[in-house]
Structure formats: structure tokens, C-alpha cells
Design a protein. Sequence first.
Length: 262
Amino acid sequence: MNEDKPDWYSRAKKTPFSDEKFTSEMKKNVHRSVIFTDSKPKRRKHLQVGFAGGLMLLIILIAFQLPFGREEQQRAGTLPPGTEETIRAQGVTDEGRLRVIAVGQEKITTLGAPSCFGIETDMSFTGNYSVQYSTNQVTNEVTTLGDLTFIQPTSAPVDMIRLPFQAADVFILAPQYRDCHGIQIYAFAVEHETGKAVQLRFQDESLVSYFSYYRPGTTPMVKDNKLVLESTEGPGGEGSPDYKPKRMYRLDLKQGVMVLAN
């Protein structure tokens, strides 16, 4: 029968495809190719969903971390300067407010042991401070107090003692509420007529200083338009011929001085 077949039949056997087989290995390759091509959209979709989920989780973590980190910094006393205004002391007039504001970073510790200055849980704040007076949305700096230490039971602002004089309100600042001998004070005046605030100096005979003191357990007061401060007792105190149990100061607002009266 082979002899009856046309010539093209024998020639076809010699073509490149005549003996080619579609092997099982080739089928596997085709199968893998189809699966890979078909899975690309699903993989892309899964990747997009995973990326969006990860981004959302990162945003949530950042949102929770920011307030937590700030609180921890405040507890440790390491909050960067300028992050938040820290009012260490304040006094209120009828027209405005006198404030002592920390400049830069404070050193914050606890006493750790009882002493004349306080109990073991009292807090100590050391730093530089700006004294400012604000009224009618206008703030003016009165003075600066450098390297000053506050010792108080809490971190709340210290309330200055407000004393009414004829020409001004005088505010007494005691950074430390206790002491062994005398409690150191600073004084500021806010003039009634002009609303101007100034720091006062203390003039004791020939000595002029920006601070004075009063005896622990007493309170500064005004009598006959004069500031009354009780003196400390002890060596150089009541045994001295010049000892005065009470010192009375006259306010000289023009000079910005509390002058010791005779």
C-alpha cells in the first residue's frame, strides 16, 4: 500500500514536525504558565490590601505614641524647651496677670529626704525664668530671674501674695515655701494709674538688694501703707542692738524701691 501513496506523503514525514510529540513535561510547563498568569491579578490585589492595612496600622501607632511620649517626657522633666509654656508662679490683678514662666528646660527632682526646706516628696525646680505681666492681650516682660530654685509640695503654679498699696498692687514671690531661718522673697509692683509692672528692690539702710526675707511661720502684710516683714531670731538677731523684730518698708514707686522706714 505504501507504493500507492502519493509522493507528498513521504515528503511530509521529513518535515520538522513529523516526529514531534507533545510530551508530559511540555504539558506541565503550559499548566504552570496558565496558573501563574491567572494568579497575577489576585496577587496584586492581595499586595494592595496588605500595603493599605500596614499603612493604617502605622498611622494608628503614631497617633497613640505621640501623646504617650509627651507625657513620659513631662514626668521625666525632659520636655524640650518651647514645647509648652510652664508657669511656675502667678499673681492676679483686677486688670491682668503676673506670671513667672520657665525659660528653657528646668531641672526637676524631689528632695528625697526631709529637711528645713521641705519633706521628702516635695519637688524642686531649678532654671531660668521670665517674669511677665499680661493685660488686654498685651504681654510685657518685667525682668528675668536666672538660676532660681523653687521648692514646693506640687508642680502647680505658686500663688504670689497680693498686697494692696495706695498707688499699686505689690506681689510677693516666695520660691521656697519653707526654710530653716528666713524665707527669701522677691517683690513686684503693678501701678494702678498706668498698669505698668516693675520689679522692686529692697533698701535696708546702705544695702540695696532685689530680694529680702521674712520669718518662717509668718506672712508679709501691709500696715499704714507699709510692707511689714517679721525678722528671724537667733545669732545676730534679737541679741543685736540693731535687731528689729519687724521691718517696715515704704513703697517708692518712682524709684522702684521698698525703703526701710525708721
